[in-house]
Design a protein around this ligand. Structure first.
Ligand code: PMV
Length: 354
């Protein structure tokens, strides 16, 4: 099958981990399984234009050299290219047609670039979807299952957590004894029952610090090698995921909150106890956490927080308390955000062909 030129456009969402992935083995194999909510509004939209090289151009390349142009929000973006180049090198054995094409990758995010929200998950997922669309154009008989599984597999090789941004609203990545079909190689939709309490779950992202990340996730994962608490932490992630299986089924939000907040603080505890050590929370991160705890104690409303590898706070709550929680956020938490900025998001369904 010959496909000369054309283009695709996919959007892929960000995701927020409930049980965190922190620590990996070679080839982006996670040291422990993780689970996330897929987001809906924070996403990357990527258009991939491809054109087959003529034979002399195609043969005149040394291995590992791909030809592509990269546009970010319509402008050429040279500093993102090495990461994409490395990604293409890594996945070429799985997509051998790559070297035969010239690509133009035109990408944009729905959230501000400098917001401190990692775009690597949504960005790598959106690119992986596009490349799978090209593979499907070359092999039209490919099944949907193969398409999404391989897309997640490829996205993982770009950025581990990106494999959780492909398909489904609750996604598990990493082998877990009690989750059927779970794999270290790609994310899967959480296969068991999910209680209605989690339907349309809300995530309001409070932008506490929009500065450049102090610790790249690559360095962060590396800090788990020889970390004094690594083995216990990896075992704990399995235990927490085990508990979440029942919590998702019975809808117990009190127990959900305990696991989610403990996971967030454990992630930061790992950074505080590594060598070198880091504190990624800011004073306002702690102000927000304390305000959430006070509000929860006073109102009994099941709202909780989680954190990524940074100072921003994700405020998680069920849809039926959204009006009250948003009022609380506006009255008491927005003052702790940089320039008062926050993003309202909620659980979504994964990548979409536009
Ligand atoms: O996908 P990476 O390598 O950027 O790692 C992401 C790590 C955390 O966001 C901190 C946790 C997670 O599971 O998403």
């Amino acid at each position: 099958h010959s496909v000369e030129e054309g283009n695709f456009q996919w959007s892929a969402p960000s995701n927020i981990a409930l049980v965190k992935y922190w620590g990996k083995k070679d080839n982006q194999i996670p040291a422990n399984p993780s689970v996330s909510f897929t987001l809906n509004n924070c996403k990357t939209i990527t258009k991939l234009a491809f054109a087959k090289k003529d034979i002399s151009t195609a043969l005149n390349v040394t291995s590992n050299s791909f030809s592509f142009d990269l546009l970010f929000e319509g402008q050429p973006k040279e500093d993102f290219k090495p990461k994409i180049q490395k990604f293409l090198e890594r996945i070429e054995i799985y997509l051998p047609f790559l070297a035969a094409y010239h690509f133009t990758i035109d990408t944009q995010n729905t959230f501000p670039h400098s917001s401190g929200i990692a775009s690597s998950a949504s960005g790598m997922a959106a690119l992986a979807m596009n490349l799978m669309s090209l593979e499907k154009a070359l092999n039209p008989e490919m099944t949907d299952d193969y398409f999404f599984q391989k897309a997640s597999f490829l996205a993982r090789l770009g950025s581990g957590s990106a494999c959780r941004s492909v398909k489904g609203s609750v996604v598990v990545w990493g082998n877990h004894a009690n989750i059927e079909g779970s794999s270290d190689l790609f994310g899967i939709e959480f296969p068991n029952a999910i209680h209605d309490n989690f339907k349309n779950f809300q995530d309001t992202i409070l932008l506490v610090d929009k500065g450049e990340k102090q610790v790249s996730s690559t360095l962060g994962h590396d800090l788990m090698y020889n970390h004094p608490f690594a083995e216990r932490r990896f075992a704990q992630a399995h235990e927490n995921l085990d508990q979440l299986i029942s919590i998702f089924e019975n809808g117990n939000l009190e127990e959900f909150i305990k696991i989610v907040e403990s996971e967030a603080l454990t992630l930061h505890a790992m950074m505080m106890t590594s060598m070198p050590y880091f504190i990624l929370m800011k004073p306002n991160t702690l102000q927000i956490i304390n305000a959430i705890w006070k509000f929860r104690t006073e109102t009994k409303i099941p709202v909780c927080f989680t954190l990524d590898a940074g100072a921003n706070v994700h405020v998680l709550y069920p849809e039926n308390v959204a009006v009250t929680v948003l009022q609380f956020i506006k009255n008491e938490l927005v003052g702790y955000c940089q320039n008062g900025q926050y993003i309202c998001d909620e659980i979504g369904n994964g990548a979409l062909l536009n």
